[in-house]
Each structure stands twice: as C-alpha cells, then as structure tokens.
Design a protein around this ligand. Structure first.
Ligand code: NAD
Ligand code: GLY
Length: 371
C-alpha cells in the first residue's frame, strides 16, 4: 500500500519478559515487506480475515508476506460479532489442518477485534500454541483489543466467556487502513480511547476533548497520537498485571454495563464500543452516587462520549423489570465474584478501582440512564 504520509513510524514496547513484543504504529506498514522482518521462522503463514476486510487488504498483506514464507494461505471468516463463536473458530482449525500446517505456522489476524480475538484464541489452541501477529484494522483494535493478549469467543450466555491469555509476537497498527472504516466503527474506537483518560491520564482526556474533531476527521497526526498514547497506557497496565489479578480490570471501565447491553440486545445490535461509551457514562454515574466524583465529572464524560458520536442513553432490555435484567446479565461478567457484581468506578479523576455496589444504587443508575 503506497502512502505519502510524512508520519514517522513509532514503537511502543509491551514488557512481559519472554512474552514481550513491540507495537508498531505508522503509515504504509501493511504493504511493506520490511514490517514483517524478524518474526519466528516458519514455512507457512495463514492470514485470518473476514469477508469485509479481506477484499480491501488481504492481497497487500499476502504480497508482503510472500518473501518471508514458502506458503501464504488465507481463511476468510463471515464478518460480525454474531460470528465470534465456535462454528466460526472451527473454520480456522479446518484451514490449518486441511493444509497440513505444522506447529511453527504463523497466524496473521487481519481485521478488527472480532478477527483478532478469534485468531489469537485459535493460535493459543492449535497444536497447543502457534505464533500469531496482530494486524488490527479498526481503531478499536489498534488502541485496545490487539494489545495485551486477551483472546476469546462469545457464549450465548456471556460475552468473551471462552478464551485464553495468549500474547501475539507483534502488533502492527497501519493508520492508513482507518480511512476505510465506517463512521460508526470509528466512533466505537473513540470510546476505548476516551476510556484511558478517566482511568489513567486526565491530560490525555484534555487532549481528546481538544482534538475530537481532528479524530473524527481522521487526521493522521491526531490518530497517530491517540493510538500511541492509548497503547502506552494499556502496555503499562498489562505489563504490571498480564492476567488480570487486579489492576488490569480498570481497562474494563464501562464494560460491565456495556457487555450487558451487547448480550442483552443480541450480539451485533450495539457495537462493542457503543456499549462501552454508554457504559462509561453509567459507571461514572455510579461513581458519583458512591460519592467518588462530582456531577461535573459525569457531565464532562457524557458530553465527550456524545461528541464522539456514541449513544449515552441505554436501551431497555426488559419491559417488565429493566434494571433487574441488567443486573441478571451483569452477574455473568468475568469480574463478578460469588455472584456479586464488581464495577470499575472512578475513584478520582485519572484513577479507577474495582468494587461492588448496592443493587438499589445500581438500579437507580440504570433507571436514570435508560430510555
Ligand atoms: P469488528 O472486528 O467487528 O470490526 C468492526 C467492523 O469493521 C466489521 O464489520 C469489520 O469487518 C469492519 N472493518 C474492520 N476494519 C475495517 C477497515 N479498515 N475498513 C473497513 N471496514 C473495516 O469490531 P471491533 O470494534 O474492531 O472489535 C470489537 C471486538 O473486540 C469485540 O468482540 C470485543 O469483545 C473485542 N475486544 C477485545 C478486547 C481484547 O482485549 N481482546 C478489547 C476490546 C474489545
Ligand atoms: N480490554 C480490556 C483488557 O484488555 O484488559
């Protein structure tokens, strides 16, 4: 892929001992064979993509990899969160086995978070573990899902409930590919970028507020800064707590409410980032009711989420007992302990913590947040 962008390529390093790896951020990376130097040696590479992304970018990746591997295979999955499931995962194993792929085969995840999470999980499982590389093509995947080694598929009863921690060899964030992203998907990515402000870096939140127009206009320099700073924050958190013994849970700010919306409506109705955007406002409201932040903080976050093009009013998940249905869904959250829901709340600007909250308080938040 040709690029005239003057952007310098940047690297963020994720420090996990022998599982450490670089996140490369820049323009024109995907179609440059030099991007893929020094990956594990193998005879075969398998590109995993979907039927939306593959027609746009699989050929460029295929050509870039051809000098590095004897065989470059492709498996194209059906697009969508609704396909983040066992039958679709099986298509990856089918391709690997049908082509006699050995345990050195390198998988390349070319797509958004759905492709990335499924490819990573397949890599973790195939022959008990083969190397994989993340080539994220959505903003959300570049700033969050491709980094940190969480891989999973959904279960009808809960989101991302079946998976593994399994780190990629490298993450390659080509900013050029973000130009073809549908506007709704761009906004979904902005939700995960906004998330890093309240939980870790209020100066970054200030920067996002100032530059939200440039981000929505996909200005390369703004995108480069947002992706780099997001990856730096995520790398620092994951470097301290790879398997979410504690600290890493703060990266799930907004996700407890958001996952309930996603699974309650049926996967694919609301985008993951939309659930997170609305969920962050709900979690901020809960933080306020717990006496941790003031109303101005909630209003500030609400305004920014709206400016990013994201919903701030939650959907009704039940006509009979809406708050009860949210609570029921949230009890399936991975942070729940012995049936008690645990929320990421803002403990002060730029700081987050995980705690439970009385059901009555959570019901109040849901009641004022849903239409
Ligand atoms: P997605 O993977 O469904 O991609 C969004 C849509 O954009 C899809 O239709 C896709 O085909 C299309 N697309 C992708 N790149 C494109 C491009 N460059 N141009 C045009 N269209 C393009 O959604 P997502 O928002 O990237 O990821 C959401 C998923 O990520 C969820 O399943 C969520 O659970 C997961 N996630 C995982 C982590 C993690 O740490 N592993 C973190 C956050 C989210
Ligand atoms: N997206 C949350 C995490 O990676 O922990």
């Amino acid at each position: 892929m040709a690029s005239n962008s003057p952007l310098a390529t940047q690297q963020v390093f994720i420090d996990l001992g022998e599982r450490s790896y670089p996140i490369t951020i820049g323009a024109g990376l995907l179609g440059d064979p030099g991007t893929y130097l020094n990956l594990p040696t193998a005879s075969t590479a398998l590109i995993v993509s979907n039927d939306t992304v593959a027609p746009l970018y699989a050929q460029a990746l295929q050509q870039s990899l051809q000098g590095h591997y004897n065989r470059v295979l492709q498996v194209i999955l059906p697009d969508g969160e609704a396909h983040k499931d066992w039958p679709t995962l099986q298509l990856i194993f089918d391709a690997l086995l049908a082509n006699g792929c050995d345990r050195k085969t390198v998988l390349f995840a070319l797509g958004g978070g759905v492709v990335g999470d499924m490819t990573g999980f397949a890599a973790a499982c195939y022959m008990r573990g083969v190397p994989f590389v993340q080539v994220p093509t959505t903003l959300l995947a570049q700033v969050d899902s491709s980094v940190g080694g969480k891989t999973a598929i959904n279960h009808p009863l809960g989101k991302n409930m079946v998976g593994a921690f399994y780190q990629p060899e490298r993450v390659i964030c080509d900013l050029d590919v973000l130009q073809t992203l549908p506007p709704r998907e761009l906004s979904a990515g902005l939700a995960e970028i906004i998330k890093y402000g309240p939980i870790a870096d209020m100066a970054f939140l200030d920067w996002i507020e100032t530059n939200i127009g440039a981000l929505l206009a996909r200005e390369p320099a703004a995108l480069a800064h947002a992706v780099r700073r997001s990856c730096e924050i995520k790398a620092a958190v994951v470097g301290q707590d790879e398997r979410e013994a504690g600290l890493r849970a703060i990266l799930n700010f907004g996700h407890t409410f958001g996952h309930a919306i996603e699974s309650g409506l049926g996967y694919g109705q609301w985008l993951h980032g939309e659930g997170v955007g609305c969920g962050m406002v709900m979690a901020a409201r809960l933080s306020q009711r717990l006496g941790l932040v003031d109303a101005a903080f909630v209003e500030r976050l609400d305004a920014l989420v709206q400016r990013a093009g994201l919903p701030v009013v939650g959907p009704k998940l039940s006509a009979a007992d809406n708050a009860g249905r949210y609570l029921e869904l949230m009890r399936v959250d991975k942070k729940a302990e012995a049936g008690e829901i645990r929320f990421v709340v803002i403990s002060g600007p730029g700081h987050a913590t995980v705690r439970s909250a009385p059901d009555a308080l959570v019901r109040e938040v849901i009641d004022v947040s849903c239409e």
